[in-house]
Structure formats: structure tokens, C-alpha cells
Design a protein. Sequence first.
Length: 261
Amino acid sequence: MEFFTTPEAWISLLTLTLLEIVLGIDNIVFISILSGKLPADQQKKARKLGLGLAMITRVLLLLSLSWVMSLTSPLFNLGEWVSLDNKEWLEKLAISGRDLILLSGGMFLIYKSTHEIHLKLEGEEDEEGNVKVHSFVGVIVQILVLDIVFSLDSVITAIGMAEHVEVMIAAVIIAVLIMMVSADTISGFVNNHPTVKMLALSFLLLIGVSLFAEGLDQHIPKGYIYFAMAFSVLVEVLNLRMKKKTGKPLALRNKAGDKKA
């Protein structure tokens, strides 16, 4: 543990912790939306358990580095199935274990986000106007499935940024503990603002598309995705501030002096 006394180790720990928090935001949003389907007395427990499972999953993956890195080895090639001769496409269509996880996780996230958006816009409610409550175990299983996908991407990033597994594990634990502290605040804000919740679902849809593209070796720079998300959040913050001042939703205008019907 002598390396913890070196400045390089602490810089690596701080950088990796911040990155783990950034990469974990989408996980918090997903957990917040799913836990919102549970009775009020179970939501906090589901969020804590979901983040706890995320931490355990990431630590276990870090402790099995050789297996994680083996996931990058091609299992089969889709290009060979259709007799492609182009070397570039053959490389892109080589499917590894990591690709399969990213593809399945991306498809699941795309389906789940689209389904949730549909329910929010056109879904049916019960006679009392309440959204149907889901089972605690069912919600935790869904959280666990996405934890594996998000953890894989996070762990591979950690492997590329730190040399010592102890630093990686420490960064993951610190990041998850920070997310646990902020999870209730983020969840409450998302659930109390319908437009923010819809925006969060749109983010998850975007991340699902990104994961699916990554699984097909079509890399989308994270900077583009984060910039789009940050810009959308800025617009939403301005809308919320304006709504708070006026006390009512804004109405668009078609012509000068005419409000949109």
C-alpha cells in the first residue's frame, strides 16, 4: 500500500473518482425512475440497494481483470456470415463478449426508455389516477441488469486510467458513497418535475443508442453526448426558473401578440 503515499496515486484516485461519478449519473437517473414506481416507503431502500449492487458489481469486475479484458476478444464475425471482403467492415463486425453486453444493454435501455415515455404520455392509470405500482424484486432485477452494463463501461475506463487495482476499487467505493448521499435529492427532483423526468428518459434513450453503437464498434465521442445533455439541462433550468417566476407554463406565440392555442 506504499503507492498511496505518492502524489501520482492520489491524483489518479481523485481523477478516477470524479470520472466514476460522471459515468454514474445515468445510473442514478435510471434507478430514480425505476424506484419511483414503488410505494413511497420502499423507494429509498430500492435506491440504496441499487447503488449498493452497482458498487459490488464494479468491485467484482475489478477483481476479475483478466476475465474483463478477455471480453474484448472476438467471439464471431458477422461480416464472415455474409461473406464480406472489406477488412475495415470485418473489423467492425467482429463481435466480442463486451460487444454482446453493450448491444443487449443498449437494446434494453432503448426499449425501457421508449416504453416509459409511452406510459408517461399515453399510458393508462387506475381508477384513482395512480400509476400502477411494480414489485420490489422486479425493480431490483431491472436495476441489476443495467448495473452490469454501466459497470462494464466504467470498469474498462478505470483499467485504462489507473495501474493499481486498489486505486480503482477505492475510487469506485468513494464515488458510489457520494452518489448514495445525492441519490435522494436527485430522485426527488426528477420525480417532482414531469418535464425533467421526460428529459431524463430522453437521456437514457440517447445513452441506449450510444451503447448499441459502441457494441457495433461505431464509437460516438462522449463529449458530444455530454454536451447535448448539458445543453438540454441548461434549457430546462431556464424553463423551470421562468415557470417559477410566472407561476404557470410558458405559452408559445405564432404571431406577434397571439398565443399558441
